[in-house]
Write a protein that binds this ligand. Structure first.
Ligand code: PMP
Length: 402
């Protein structure tokens, strides 16, 4: 007998990326699919030591319930870090610890969205943000996005002409999936528009610390004078994702609302994980650790871009990210990255077709490539094969047309 599920479940489909990730568990697969950090850089020994220390020194606290807001020392570290790197002016009461930054997105849906409300997002945008917001019955409007961020004219017209817009969701630095970064002017303008139209902005920034070249830019939040902007952040890419510790930061009154709603979700995040991270930050130099990550990823990005230049046809375009984990590829119009994926899986190469990153209007000729998770020789090998597959695929398509 089929049970009667909530209406929202009709919107929730199997995620293509998760299905592909299952395939990538097979041995010998060369996977550009996931967004996984390099596991060889997880600070396992340090964590082992720190975990012992936390349990020896403060075992009863670490194994006890804590506040929903999260461990105070950790919140205070996050506030200071954001102030120095992103131009914000936070203290610990502006910060709520969340179960990865992903939970910050889900809680944002809970706090802001009624059924039928509208979320504006970049086109394309982060797949699991679409899933998180969709569960609250919202509608998406994709705002065209170029090399430098959202098209501000279209954004303004949309804000003027559309009722029930509740959220603008953006990833302005080393975006997932495209690797693109917004320029200063668009950051400033978005903050101003959010104030003018009284809409909340979620500025999602899990990759901002991983800049390999160019200058850091101030956050959108740093231009926000009216408390419209909330920032999500994460230890997943600068430390490790397994602890599932992230945060949401914003105006104190708004963060109170998030605290209230999180109480009903999971009471709090894992106390041990929060204390271990706080202790690690006190005893070790996280900047030194982040530098190691950046050096490794830069080399992998360089190898990726060189291979794309060398082995792929000129009709294919790709982004040149200055940081983060991804590059984004556009095949010629009329082609399908899903078709290409079927061919490439036969050769044990995986990537994510780009169509899933568009909530409404998928561009099927796009795909995302991750470069953080594999050594350079595997990247080389994989892209040599994929380049040939793309050439064959385009040739077959051209023959079909003639
Ligand atoms: N936002 C973006 C843009 C992401 O790419 C991810 C995952 N990689 C997340 C949020 C969630 O990350 P986490 O929950 O591990 O912090």
């Amino acid at each position: 007998m089929a049970l009667h599920l909530a209406h929202r479940m009709a919107q929730i489909k199997e995620s293509e990326i998760r299905e592909i990730l299952k395939v990538t568990q097979q041995p010998n697969i060369i996977s550009f699919a996931g967004g996984l950090p390099a596991p060889e850089l997880f600070p396992i020994e340090a964590i082992d030591k720190v975990q012992h220390l936390v349990l020896q020194e403060s075992g009863t606290t670490a194994l006890q319930y804590t506040t929903t807001e999260g461990f105070a020392l950790l919140r205070s570290w996050i506030a200071k870090r954001m102030n120095s790197r992103l131009g914000t002016s936070f203290d610990q009461d502006n910060i709520l610890i969340t179960h990865g930054s992903q939970q910050g997105l889900d809680l944002s849906g809970k706090v802001f969205l009624n059924e039928g409300d509208v979320v504006l997002c970049e086109s394309p945008t982060y797949l699991a943000a679409i899933s998180a917001f969709k569960a609250y019955g919202c509608r998406f409007i994709e705002i065209p996005t170029d090399e430098n961020g959202m098209d501000m004219e279209v954004l303004e017209q949309t804000l003027k002409g559309t009722p029930h817009i509740k959220l603008i969701y953006v990833i302005p630095t080393f975006q997932n999936p495209t690797g693109k970064t917004w320029n200063l002017e668009k950051r400033r303008r978005l903050a101003a528009l959010a104030t003018e139209f009284n809409v909340a902005v979620i500025e999602d920034n899990p990759y901002g610390e991983l800049r390999f070249e160019g200058e850091d830019l101030p956050s959108i939040k740093s231009f926000d004078k009216t408390g419209q902007v909330l920032c999500t952040g994460s230890f997943s890419k600068i430390f490790c994702p397994g602890f599932r510790i992230g945060w949401i930061a914003g105006d104190k009154n708004l963060i109170r609302k998030y605290v209230l709603i999180k109480q009903g979700t999971d009471l709090q995040c894992n106390t041990v994980a929060q204390m271990v991270i706080a202790k690690y930050l006190a005893l070790y130099d996280i900047d030194e650790h982040i530098q190691k990550i950046k050096t490794l990823y830069k080399d992998r990005r360089d190898v990726t871009l060189q291979a794309l230049e060398k082995y792929f046809p000129d009709s294919v375009q790709f982004t040149r990210p200055e940081g983060g984990l991804f590059t984004w590829m556009e095949l010629p119009e009329g082609t399908s990255a899903r078709e290409l994926l079927l061919r490439s899986l036969e050769k044990k190469i995986a990537f994510v077709p780009g169509g899933s990153f568009y909530p409404n209007n998928p561009k099927e000729n796009t795909l995302r490539l991750n470069y953080s998770n594999m050594p350079e020789n595997r990247i080389q090998e994989g892209l040599t094969i994929l380049g040939q597959l793309v050439k064959d695929y385009l040739k077959d398509g051209a023959e079909k047309m003639s």
